[in-house]
Write a protein that binds this ligand. Sequence first.
Ligand SMILES: Nc1c(C(=O)O)ncn1[C@@H]1O[C@H](COP(=O)(O)O)[C@@H](O)[C@H]1O
Length: 172
Amino acid sequence: MSNPIVGILMGSDSDFEIMKESAKVLKDFGVPFEVVVTSAHRTPERTLEYAKSAKKRGLKVLIVGAGMAAHLAGVIAAKTTIPVIGVPINSSSLNGIDALYSTLQMPSGIPVGTMAIGKAGAKNAALYAIQMLALSDKDLSERLENFRKDFERVVVEREKKVHEKLEKFLNE
Ligand SMILES: Nc1c(C(=O)O)ncn1[C@@H]1O[C@H](COP(=O)(O)O)[C@@H](O)[C@H]1O
């Protein structure tokens, strides 16, 4: 793969099952990415080093997933001006509400664009990154338009299925 322009970060390898969804979307769109496991709590120096060097290394957007007291996205955002997209992970007994609040509730000045909890959030994080990158990439922008058209077709198909099921149910 050519030089990564998106970084997918996770606080622990236990976040992989969620964060792999971001990787899948980026791969499908042909966007080069790298995957890093690092923790603001457990490996603070490594985390800061990554954030400080990300821009110089050519990265354009960072997707950061973490669960529990999810400080990773905020700490990364504190050390770079690259947009940071946060994905709260449902890895705790609070089902991700803890991670949602700690990712979302950033003090003013250092934003983290926060997605939904879990897999839907990880997928949307990649799509959101792609939307940002597509502003200055015509090919990517076209792929995004096609994706939206395909998505519309999927929804229309789903509606058809609902109509069939309803018909069956009403005639039982
Ligand atoms: N929230 C953070 C940070 C951080 O914010 O720096 N580092 C790890 N974690 C999270 O702890 C959870 C449990 O991790 P373990 O499964 O390794 O115990 C994971 O969801 C991880 O993202």
